[in-house]
Structures are given as structure tokens and as C-alpha cells.
Write a protein that binds this ligand. Structure first.
Ligand SMILES: *Cc1c(COP(=O)(O)O)cnc(C)c1O
Length: 394
């Protein structure tokens, strides 16, 4: 490979002998994702962070995010943008909303649930973890028992789609349990917001965290939190951090429509465009339909090539799918990945301890035709690696 010309996407750090590509490789990942050309072009501007034209975009984006959730300010909800990736938004909710004597019950069945536990530990916030295995959804009955026995618990936190595996958790059922016990409910909807509809009122959600670079098909740079206003205002005086103080951030927007600290101007312009394109596509239901078709084509094609899906179909989301690596000793993920990358397709490694998996996402500006192109590349790669059919069935 060393002397051969390589196809390389980026202008920066380009090897001497590389051949420019017509377009970027397609990302079959959990985000950042393939975005439309128009979303990328929206970033070709220098926006003044205090300028009223930029503030108007911020205002519009906040309003549109609520609309995507089926909510509005009039209905008592607020959208707060916060610099940093999704993790920062998650950490901001804990840092802002849990009272000094508060305690959080974390529903965990993957890396993102475990990440919440780590945040709570570092913030020295009391917590308890209800774990299920990585292929099993959170258990609302176990939560019910816990809340009955432990009156100290003030908040329940859960992950909608555990992107670790692609499993979908029953957030509506969990939220109803939390509400029955009058506890606050926090949802990490990072990898679902914009494609998997959520009924805030029915699920009793107080704080939902997501990011622009997943189902909304924007680019990274900030996260956002959708909060029930009454729940947000009740957090006065709890903040454990200055930059991660969500209530402070919200007050900043209220005061002068501005971020308190330098905003990711380009990423916000990109999200404004991406939100227009979500509406053009027909909204959340239509986007869900496209992702669902993408995932169905992917699974049918991969199974025809001999690959086995890790999760049971009843708990599998249409966001990202985990596949078992072939048993064949000739298979290494690194080589498989490299071969697919050379054909213009980027997949994702596995992330769990219990099984040897890799992941393929079905979200972003990708369509059925792209899934079929990926499947053709996988078939060619199996031949190139002399693996025949993946044959992981038994
Ligand atoms: C992507 C993601 C996050 C946030 O990850 P960042 O790398 O901080 O953007 C959190 N939770 C879930 C479920 C995710 O999919």
C-alpha cells in the first residue's frame, strides 16, 4: 500500500501521492454523519457572535428545535444551546439540575449509561445504577421497586437509543414510573431526536439532551437541551459549574438573545439549514421512514451475506445496527474497515465487552441506494479478504 496512490478526502494533511475524490466518503456511523452539500455550504460565512442577524438565527433555531419536539415556549418548554459535544449537554443537566442533597437513578445498558455514572461520580452527586445487560432494555418494573424503596432518589436518567449497540429503551414507560413517584426525568436522546418521535407530556420528560450531528443532520460543535421551563427554573442555586450552568445559559439567551461565551457560529448556521431540510423532507415521520428503510435494506443485505445481527429485532432501533464479526480467523475488523474505506464507505467499530461486534449506522444524508452500494462493497470486501460468506450463523 505504501507506494500506491491513495484516495484521500481531506485537503489538509493530504499525502503527496493522493488522488482527490469527487466527494467525501459516506459515513455509516452514529455521528458525525454525512450531511447535505447545502448544510456544509451554510458554514461558509463569518458570523458576528453578538450581531443581531446571528442572534436572530439562534432564536429561530431554538424555536425550531421545540417544534421538532412537538413543543413550544407557550406550552412551557425551552430549548437551550450549549457549546461542546453531546456529552457536555448531558453533564450540564446534572451540574445544573440536581440539588446538593439530590440522588440520581441511572438506567444503564451500555457505554452512554455508564458515562452518566462517571459524570455523577466526578461531580460527587449521589447515585444508584439499575443495570441490564447490553442486549436487554431498561426495566421499568425494577425502577418502580427502586423508587418505592429509596425516597432519596430525586431524578431518573435514561438513554433513549443506547448507541453502543443500537438498542431502544422504553423511555415512555420509565417516565411514567418516574412521574408516578414524582421524580424528575432526564433523557439522553442524542441519537434519536429528530427521527424517533417522543411525546414529552406522555413520557413526563423534564430534560432531554441531544446534539445537531445525529438525526438532525447538522454538524458537531454544540449540544442542546429541551427543558420543561418550570423544572429548569426550579434549579436556581444548584449550579456546580459556570460554563455548564444551563440555567445561566438560558438567562443569557433571555437577557440579550446571546450566548454567554463564544458560540460555535458555523455549526449553528449549519443546523439552521439542516432544520429547514428536515422540514422539506416532511418532518420527523418522513425522516424516520427513510432511516427505517435504510436499516431494513442493510439488515436484509447483510444477512444475505451471512452476517448475524447482535440484537433481537424487537429491541433493535433503526438508528444503528451491531453485527457479529465473522468467526473466520482470516477476519480482522481493521482490514475489513480499510477495504471498505478504500471503496468510499466508513463503518464503525464495536464498543461492548460481551461480544465481538462492528456497527453500521443508517442515519445521516444517506438513502437506500447508498445502503445497496455499501452492501456491494461489503460483498467485494469479503471476496478480497477470501472469506466467502461471512458464515457467522452457527
Ligand atoms: C453520541 C451520543 C452521545 C454524545 O456523545 P458526544 O461524543 O459527546 O457527542 C451521548 N449519548 C448517546 C446515546 C450518543 O449516541
Amino acid at each position: 500500500m505504501e507506494d500506491a496512490a491513495e484516495f484521500f478526502d481531506y485537503q489538509i494533511m493530504k499525502p503527496e501521492n493522493s488522488i482527490p475524490t469527487a466527494h467525501d466518503k459516506l459515513l455509516f456511523t452514529p455521528g458525525p454523519l454525512t450531511t447535505s452539500l447545502s448544510v456544509k455550504q451554510a458554514m461558509l460565512h463569518d458570523a458576528g457572535s453578538w450581531h443581531y442577524e446571528f442572534n436572530a438565527v439562534v432564536h429561530q433555531v431554538r424555536k425550531q428545535l421545540l417544534a421538532v419536539a412537538g413543543l413550544s415556549r407557550e406550552a412551557g418548554y425551552e430549548a437551550i444551546l450549549l457549546q461542546g459535544s453531546g456529552t457536555f449537554g448531558m453533564e450540564a443537566v446534572f451540574a445544573t439540575c440536581v440539588p446538593p442533597q439530590g440522588k440520581v437513578a441511572v438506567m444503564a445498558n451500555g457505554a452512554y449509561g455508564e458515562r452518566m455514572v462517571q459524570m455523577l461520580r466526578l461531580a460527587r452527586i449521589d447515585h444508584v445504577v439499575l443495570r441490564t445487560s447490553e442486549d436487554t432494555p431498561n426495566d421499568p418494573t425494577a425502577l418502580d421497586c427502586l423508587l418505592m424503596e429509596d425516597p432519596a432518589v430525586t431524578h431518573v436518567a435514561a438513554v433513549h437509543c443506547e448507541t453502543t449497540t443500537g438498542i431502544l429503551n422504553p423511555i415512555t414507560a420509565l417516565g411514567q414510573v418516574a412521574r408516578r413517584h414524582q421524580r424528575s426525568f432526564i433523557v439522553d436522546a442524542m441519537s434519536t431526536f429528530g427521527a424517533v418521535p417522543v411525546d414529552f407530556a406522555e413520557a413526563g420528560i423534564d430534560f432531554l439532551i441531544s446534539s445537531p450531528n445525529k438525526c438532525l443532520e447538522g454538524v458537531p460543535g454544540f449540544s442542546f437541551v429541551i427543558a420543561r421551563r418550570a423544572a429548569l427554573l426550579a434549579c436556581e442555586g444548584y449550579a456546580r459549574s459556570l460554563s455548564l450552568d444551563l440555567l445561566g445559559q438560558w438567562k443569557g439567551f433571555e437577557k440579550n438573545a446571546q450566548f454567554r461565551f463564544t458560540p460555535p457560529t458555523h455549526s449553528i448556521l449549519a443546523l439552521a439549514q439542516a432544520l429547514c431540510e428536515l422540514e422539506q423532507e416532511g418532518g420527523v415521520a418522513e425522516r424516520a421512514g427513510r432511516y427505517r428503510r435504510n436499516q431494513a435494506v442493510l439488515v436484509a443485505g447483510m444477512e444475505a451475506l451471512g452476517f448475524e445481527v447482535y440484537l433481537d429485532a424487537s429491541v433493535q432501533s433503526f438508528i444503528i445496527t451491531s453485527f457479529h464479526c465473522p468467526d473466520d480467523p482470516g477476519f480482522t475488523f481493521e482490514e475489513f474497515y480499510r477495504c471498505l474505506s478504500n471503496r468510499g464507505f466508513i463503518i464503525y467499530p464495536g464498543k461492548i465487552s460481551q461480544a465481538n461486534l462492528f456497527r453500521i449506522g443508517s442515519i445521516g444524508r444517506i438513502f437506500e441506494a447508498d445502503m445497496r452500494a455499501l452492501l456491494a462493497a461489503v460483498a467485494e470486501t469479503l471476496k478480497e479478504m477470501q472469506l466467502g460468506e461471512a458464515g457467522t450463523g452457527a
